[in-house]
Write a protein that binds this ligand. Structure first.
Ligand code: 13P
Length: 342
């Protein structure tokens, strides 16, 4: 795979003010969300739900690529069309989550490490055969007393970089996702400090592993106060802190910053993305885009609740959330859009 093709794919993933739909929940995560809504935790319900997502009418108007899970990239619609084909025919680029989830990091209480590097080269080859053009690896950084530790940050950054290099060797654009979690009572400033430290380390490791920056996408958290922090800063404060942090850490060669939503409400994620684009779109070198799972899916999943009769209404919600985020990339999102849709 030539560098040119990698670069073209990376730019296509954030082109036209679109963004990514993360629909790569592992089985336990998917089941946790199903359980809350009383949806049976079976393979058929997982398949039916993912069919609902990939067949959403108009999804391609706001979604450039979809991140699939190992099970999902092999699944088909009820009529027998592979999900990958459904996406390709809609002009949506298929991608694949390739990490094998997080485990406790030995010797580091409260911290996590992502597994999945063993045998990755061979797995990537198979995913390319199955039609994937990009991949995702998520590292998790927890804020707490005395953490994150240097050891945790270094180990996770190193794995992200080794994964990214393997992806590019296989012709897949790596989405590099170091997620600083929102859990906790920490302040916006503390999230800023940890995110800055994390990104510095990630880009140092990416350079050490000779990752082509033009052929990757960064998927970071926004810089936000902890969920239990008594002071919840304004949308503008979050936009300013986030963009300031990235300007200081993310090289201009990276085509796109595609945020995760991380447990923010759907509306807040759109509002914050909108504020960043209103203020900074023309003044930053990379696209400020989205790669949301919950902030696009959650309202639609609640409407569906496992009942085939609700598919159409749920799909309208998915399409609506995706469109809100496309509008946010254009700096044209407003909460009035929510009322109009309701
Ligand atoms: P959320 O948008 O729900 O945080 O998920 C994004 C993601 O893909 C996590 O890896």
């Amino acid at each position: 795979m030539s560098q040119k093709q990698l670069i073209e794919t990376a730019y296509a993933m954030v082109a036209d003010d679109k963004g990514l739909l993360a629909m790569d929940e592992s089985m336990p995560t998917c089941h946790k969300r199903f359980a809350k809504l009383g949806i049976p935790e079976t393979e058929e319900y997982r398949r039916a739900y993912r069919e609902l997502l990939v067949t959403t009418p108009g999804l391609n108007e706001s979604i450039s690529g979809a991140i699939l899970f190992d099970e999902t990239i092999r699944q088909k619609t009820q009529e027998g069309t592979p999900f990958v084909q459904v996406l390709q025919e809609a002009g949506i680029i298929p991608g694949i989550k390739v990490d094998k989830s997080t485990k406790p990091l030995a010797g580091h209480p409260g911290e996590k490490i992502t597994e999945g590097l063993d045998g990755l080269r061979e797995r990537l080859e198979e995913y390319v055969q199955l039609g994937a053009r990009f991949a995702k690896w998520r590292a998790v950084i927890t804020i707490g007393e005395g953490i994150p530790s240097q050891g945790c940050l270094e180990a996770n950054a190193h794995l992200l970089a080794r994964y990214a290099a393997l992806c590019q060797e296989a012709g897949l654009v790596p989405i590099v996702e170091p997620e600083v979690l929102m859990d906790g009572a920490h302040s916006l400033q503390r999230c800023y400090d940890v995110t800055e430290q994390t990104l510095r380390m990630v880009f140092a490791q990416l350079a050490a592993q000779r990752v082509l920056l033009e052929g990757m996408i960064l998927k970071p958290n926004m810089v936000v106060p902890g969920l239990e922090c008594p002071k919840q800063n304004s949308v503008d404060d979050v936009a300013d802190a986030t963009v300031t942090c990235f300007r200081r850490t993310v090289p201009a060669a990276v085509p796109g910053v595609a945020f995760l939503s991380g447990g923010q409400s759907s509306e807040l994620a759109s509002e914050r993305l909108n504020a960043m684009n209103v203020k900074y779109k023309s003044r930053v070198p990379w696209a400020l885009a989205y790669s949301f799972a919950r902030a696009i899916q959650q309202p639609g999943m609640s409407i569906w609740a496992g009942d085939p009769a609700n598919v159409e209404t749920a799909q309208k919600s998915i399409a609506h959330r995706a469109k809100c985020n496309r509008d946010a990339r254009r700096g044209e999102y407003s909460s009035a859009m929510e009322e109009a849709s309701a």
